[in-house]
Design a protein. Structure first.
Length: 466
């Protein structure tokens, strides 16, 4: 049988005659990961003591002494002279211990009135993620700027566009690069919309039912830079949809990077030869001296899978929890902490890789018309000649079959052979049998024609310069 340990310093030990078993104490401890919330806990405490003073539970002198004590505690944390102990259960108990060391037991002991670890942690995770969302946002904006810069650099270069990873239609390289920018723009929009929902404060909900001390939760929310208290105390302490939503956004960012990473990995192969990665963003092999590996892209692909796992684990934790707070919610933080850390490492490295990779322009352009990528232009030309699209599709298919059988490209078919395939294939069809003509014709909304690409660049620059 385990020997009960001590509950010294625990915030909940009042009704217990002995402490938890060592194994239980070890299982319950979260200080090893929630210590990063220390400055947010102190900010929450400063807001809370203002509410205590406003409600008459602290006088002005006590408030000022506590504020100075909290400032000193934060300073000691930043200097490293105050650290969490292995015996501290969580960030809240560690910081109460630190505050009492500075302010004294009597004054420091007043701070806990009117709040619970339940409404504390529900607030701290929000304020922490709100700050981290701005860091992620700045990295995303920088990445978009890199994509725009590379698009401008190669504004008129033509490449093969693909569906099912097969040659489909020619597109501008700039258009392709910008296609990877727009999902990131939507990620930015998601972050902005998420912040609106995240700026509600659970402080004042207490453990689950609110507080009886007449504390003003609006005052706490205002001092924390949050918009308003949450309207339901049960929901305040038990919901973590705001954390899960943040996790989804981070995961979607990782997935969007991973999609481009997959292309970069393929483009860097000898078979494709589209790009050459910069030495600073590649690694070699310990046994094969010729190797230049796309490790940044591969890690982006792998870390996207890791974030999917984090999100799936968090959602599985939340799915069966009854109201209100349950200790399962201790598991909400590590997944998003991991996502924050992952993106903080990944985004600068990925941006650097894209910014420094060199394009093999001759190779890319030489393949733009390969694989009968102008076939759709032929079919649409026939439609303009008032041929029903069903017939135009069939005629173009016969033309492609003829080219395959005779090892010809579309533009190499003679006028007489065109006429044999269909009376509708007059010599004038050659006006669309050029890559330049195909690109120019794609001038509809969102198309790959140069004017449309320039419009995208203008719109994206407004986003990156705000």
């Amino acid at each position: 049988m385990a020997t009960p340990g001590s509950d010294a310093g625990a915030l909940w030990g009042g009704r217990f005659e002995g402490g938890p078993a060592d194994a239980v104490a070890a299982l319950s401890r979260s200080i090893h990961f929630d210590w990063r919330l220390a400055k947010y806990d102190i900010a929450g405490t400063k807001a809370h003591i203002s509410a205590l003073q406003s409600a008459g539970y602290l006088n002005t002198v006590e408030l000022q002494k506590l504020e100075k004590s909290l400032d000193e505690l934060l300073k000691r944390i930043e200097q490293g002279s105050f650290v969490a102990k292995p015996t501290d259960e969580d960030v809240h108990s560690a910081l109460e211990r630190g505050l009492i060391e500075i302010a004294g037991t009597e004054l420091g002991g007043k701070v806990r009135a009117g709040r619970s670890r339940n409404d504390q942690i529900a607030t701290l995770i929000r304020t922490y993620l709100l700050d981290e969302s701005k860091v992620i946002e700045a990295n995303l904006v920088s990445y978009i700027a890199v994509l725009v810069e590379r698009a401008e650099e190669h504004i008129a270069i033509v490449m093969p566009g693909r569906t099912h990873f097969q040659h489909a239609q020619p597109v501008l390289l700039s258009h392709h690069l910008l296609a990877h920018a727009w999902p990131i723009v939507r990620d930015l929009e998601r972050l902005a919309q998420w912040r609106v929902r995240a700026r509600f404060s659970p402080y004042g909900a207490g453990a689950l039912a609110g507080n009886t001390l007449g504390l003003d939760p609006s005052l706490v929310a205002e001092k924390l830079g949050l918009s308003a208290p949450m309207p339901n105390s049960l929901d305040s302490t038990s919901s973590r949809d705001v954390v899960a939503e943040f996790g989804f956004i981070c995961t979607m960012i990782g997935i969007n990077l991973s999609r481009f990473a997959e292309e970069i990995i393929v483009w860097a192969t000898a078979e494709f030869g589209y790009i050459k990665l910069d030495d600073a963003y590649s690694t070699g092999s310990s046994i094969m001296p010729q190797k230049k590996n796309p490790d940044v892209a591969e890690l982006a692909r792998g870390k996207a899978g890791r974030m999917i796992g984090d999100l799936a684990g968090l959602l599985a934790t939340l799915k069966g929890l009854p109201l209100a707070y349950n200790r399962d919610l201790q598991e909400d933080k590590e997944p998003v902490f991991d996502m924050v850390d992952t993106l903080s490492l990944l985004l600068p490295a990925f941006s650097g890789m894209v910014q420094t990779m060199t394009f093999n322009l001759d190779r890319i352009e030489s393949l733009a018309s390969a694989g009968f990528s102008l076939a759709t232009d032929v079919a649409e030309w026939l439609v303009k000649q008032h041929v029903p699209f069903r017939d135009a599709h069939e005629i173009t298919g016969k033309l492609v079959t003829f080219c395959e059988q005779n090892k010809l490209e579309l533009h190499e078919v003679s006028d007489s052979d065109l006429a044999k395939i269909s009376k509708h294939l007059s010599p004038e069809v050659r006006e669309v049998l050029s890559v330049a003509g195909s690109i120019k014709s794609r001038s509809g909304a969102g198309g790959t024609a140069l004017p449309r690409v320039l419009e995208q660049i203008t719109a994206l620059k407004k986003i990156t310069h705000n």
